[in-house]
Design a binder for this molecule. Structure first.
Ligand code: F6P
Length: 538
């Protein structure tokens, strides 16, 4: 049994006989579980917690020295121990903080200089003076080539902040090595007016480099094989300047990344260049400021009023005490369709670990599976299972009060659905109610009964703006940090992605090998390689 189940299980047992229908009516409890942070309202009142259970969770976090751990992160201590690195994504947005800076001054200086370089580039694109800085004279389209953290954050923000696009450039994303995507882009875009942002912290990611080469060949071809002309179409963002230069991008066109920023925490850095180019520098700074305000909140509020702490404690409760193994993220907002994928990487790459930093097995389950998609579409796909299936899946609903369009009736319908789903999951429909509407037919009533008592969280933004999106992402980042702290794991490395990369490197040349030379591979892999080879020329 997990150690948290052992220490908190009595609360869960006590609550077993108390339906959410009853809990929701307790106004003291509601006051403890509903909090506003600037443009963001966090409503945890539909979580299966009462005040006593919440206080028990509070004691747990208080005894964990969480403030010390938090301050160590903000202060730049090397808390990513397996790589001996600091974790300073919060320093990237500290310019928007109202508290005194705590990150090392040399780090802050480099960050400021990089922000200036980003601003310079954005200005050149906006004013049409790109040629003066060694880029093509006309830029109508930018392509962000990068994957994982070098794609998901900027893509989420660029799409979510659609209404803030300046219209100066169109922004495209090319993460996957699947040639369909690159091919499509090359069919649609004008190579002479395209600026490629090659974004890779390591500058060794197979997908990114391969797509980079494909786009470079395409651009070079448009200039009759002129390498120098093609090189003007590339800007890199990387911690590995040398490798970027080797690729053919001059150092002046390489914006830095640092080892103290993990890929999945990097949208605030030059990795967000595509975002800055698309929404303009003022909006990009507002995005940083929104996150910084959440940082300030996290750094200054006691656990009882601290949104990231409450969100983390709720997740721990659901995962370790109630034993739920997944969480659905359902944004009721088409522009936020990428939020589930973004959170998948943030949470599952950070917290998908099974040993402590000392290599000892953990005594609690870690990250649940994070999945989801936009509402209301999701209601017509998998909500049946969420309401009446045998497994309970807590849901995180995300909505906005004021949409970025004038279609009030649409938005009201959207909001009504969000609220209705959260209510239906919590309240359910009793057998008596089902019997009544089934004219006493017990068999039908059994099928029309909803158990309810199913947990959900609602996060409501006043509007989808750079500030509120920044705050929402920072909230989730700090939740992840706290869960890493409470579970005793390093949330900032990702060794689990390495093995597959190494095997893929070995398989790649073997796809063209003769059968007898495939001896090294396991039988299943070998058989599949042979099956692919046999059908290749079809
Ligand atoms: O494969 C996982 C990963 O290392 C992520 O952590 C990272 O965000 C992504 O690959 C891309 O890495 P890079 O920015 O170095 O190309």
């Amino acid at each position: 049994m997990s150690s948290y189940r052992q220490s908190l299980g009595a609360h869960a047992e006590r609550l077993e006989s108390t339906h959410l229908r009853q809990l929701i009516g307790d106004s003291d409890r509601a006051g403890r579980l509903r909090h506003r942070v600037g443009p963001l309202l966090l409503d945890l009142t539909r979580q299966k917690l009462d005040v006593q259970a919440l206080d028990a969770l509070g004691s747990l976090i208080e005894s964990s020295d969480w403030q010390k751990a938090r301050d160590a992160m903000f202060g730049g201590e090397p808390i990513n121990t397996s790589e001996d690195r600091a974790v300073l994504h919060t320093a990237l947005r500290a310019s928007g903080s109202r508290l005194s800076p705590v990150a090392p001054s040399d780090v802050r200086k480099e960050i400021d200089q990089t922000l200036e370089r980003i601003a310079h580039l954005v200005e050149a694109v906006e004013k049409g003076t790109t040629e003066d800085i060694g880029l093509p004279s006309t830029v109508t389209d930018i392509v962000n080539v990068g994957i994982g953290g070098s794609d998901l954050g900027p893509r989420l923000a660029v799409e979510a902040l659609d209404q803030f696009h300046t219209g100066r450039v169109r922004c495209h994303f090319l993460p996957n090595v699947d040639g369909h995507a690159a091919n499509k882009l090359m069919r649609e875009l004008d190579p002479r007016r395209t600026l490629v942002l090659l974004v890779s912290k390591s500058f060794s990611t197979q997908e990114t480099l391969l797509n980079g080469h494909v786009l470079r060949d395409w651009i070079r071809h448009a200039y009759d094989g002129d390498d120098r002309a093609a090189a003007r179409h590339f800007v890199a963002v990387s911690a590995n300047v040398e490798a970027a230069e080797k690729f053919g991008i001059p150092a002046a066109h390489v914006l830095p990344m640092w080892d103290f920023v993990g890929g999945r925490y990097s949208v605030w850095s030059a990795v967000g260049l595509s975002l800055a180019l698309t929404i303009g520098m003022d909006n990009f700074r507002a995005f940083l400021a929104g996150a910084a305000h959440m940082d300030d909140h996290f750094r200054s509020e006691p656990w009882q009023a601290n949104a990231p702490v409450l969100l983390a404690l709720t997740e721990l409760w659901n995962r370790n005490v109630l034993g739920y193994s997944s969480r659905a993220v359902v944004p009721y907002l088409d522009p936020m369709a990428n939020l589930p994928s973004y959170l998948q990487q943030l949470e599952m790459e950070s917290l998908g670990k099974r040993v402590t930093p000392d290599g000892k097995p953990l005594d609690n389950e870690t990250v649940p599976v994070v999945w989801g998609s936009v509402g209301t579409n999701a209601q017509h796909a998998y909500f049946q299972a969420l309401h009446q299936g045998t497994s309970v899946v807590p849901v995180e609903f995300i909505g906005v009060v004021r949409p970025a369009h004038p279609l009030r009736a649409n938005h009201d319908a959207l909001l009504a659905n969000l609220l209705a789903q959260a209510a239906a999951l919590a309240l359910g429909k009793t057998t008596e109610e089902a019997l009544e509407e089934s004219d006493g037919d017990a068999v039908l009533a059994a099928q029309r009964t909803f158990p309810g008592d199913r947990s959900s969280t609602v996060i409501m933004l006043d509007a989808l703006t750079p500030e509120s999106l920044g705050a929402l992402i920072a909230l989730q980042e700090h939740k992840v940090f706290l869960l890493g702290h409470l579970w005793g794991i390093n949330a900032f490395d990702q060794w689990g992605v390495e093995l597959g990369k190494v095997i893929a490197k070995r398989i790649l040349p073997a796809l063209d090998e003769e059968s007898e030379k495939l001896g090294d591979f396991d039988d299943s892999t070998k058989a599949l390689i042979e099956a692919i080879q046999a059908r290749r020329e079809g």
